[in-house]
Design a protein around this ligand. Structure first.
Ligand SMILES: N[C@@H](CCC(=O)N[C@@H](CS)C(=O)NCC(=O)O)C(=O)O
Length: 223
């Protein structure tokens, strides 16, 4: 049964928390939002909400859940009519695998942001990963824009916040992503643009400038 009250603990700068916002917007449910200032985190947050001190957390009628991937699957399970996850077990597993695989592109970007990897090396290491991402997209559907084709799913929900931040760091011009693999593979390029054009993503993104300001403050990152 659908819950009476949902409260999301959110920080706009956090890509994991943005996953939860996108999923909530996609199912179209009303929810309350509590903003947690991660640069000056209040003590009550770990004590009362999430002992790990991380966002997102979702309070569902008094039960609090953490971890973005757990939360977005829960949102799908609470509102299954929106079909953010297909019913086919294989396709569900493929979505989970795609999200897991894509993580390489984010963990390395994080290394770059925290000064452990140059932008040049990041781009070099990312190229073969993008090639595999393109293969996984084509295996799933020859046409886009989304992972499943024209059906928006948790694969797109989970990756959109990270795709945006990768684009912010690696786009040097109007031409967009500085990856050869993206320029040469239309299905991949269409997927990346498709998730970034989705209204639920656009309405919840902090914006490139906001993202740069937050990583500058937190990690002293300079482009
Ligand atoms: N695995 C977690 C990661 C969440 C996470 O790392 N959140 C960060 C912000 S992006 C956080 O709250 N960090 C605690 C802090 O900055 O104090 C998830 O998927 O929800």
């Amino acid at each position: 049964m659908a819950p009476n009250k949902l409260t999301l603990y959110n920080a706009k700068l956090c890509p994991y928390a943005q996953r939860a916002v996108i999923a909530l917007k996609e199912v179209g449910v009303a929810y309350e939002e509590v903003t947690v200032d991660l640069l000056n985190k209040p003590e009550w947050y770990a004590a009362k909400v999430n002992p790990e001190g991380k966002v997102p957390a979702l309070d569902v009628d008094g039960t609090i859940l953490a971890e973005s991937l757990v939360i977005i699957e829960l949102i799908n399970d609470l509102y299954p009519e929106k079909k953010l996850l297909p019913s086919d077990p294989i396709q569900k597993a493929q979505i989970r695998f795609f999200i897991e695989y894509f993580n390489k592109l984010w963990t390395n970007l994080f290394k770059h942001i925290t000064g452990q990897l140059s932008l040049e090396d990041y781009i070099k290491e990312a190229e073969p990963v993008w090639i595999r991402v393109n293969e996984l997209l084509l295996e799933q559907s020859q046409t886009g824009p989304y992972f499943l084709g024209d059906q928006f799913s948790l694969a797109d929900v989970a990756l959109a916040p990270f795709i945006a931040r990768i684009r912010a760091v690696t786009s040097r011009s109007e031409a967009g992503f500085e990856f050869k693999a993206v320029k040469e593979n239309p299905r991949l390029a269409q997927f990346l643009q498709g998730v970034l054009d989705r209204p639920s993503f656009k309405e919840s993104y902090i914006g490139d400038d906001g993202f740069f300001t937050s990583v500058q403050k937190k990690f002293n990152y300079r482009l």
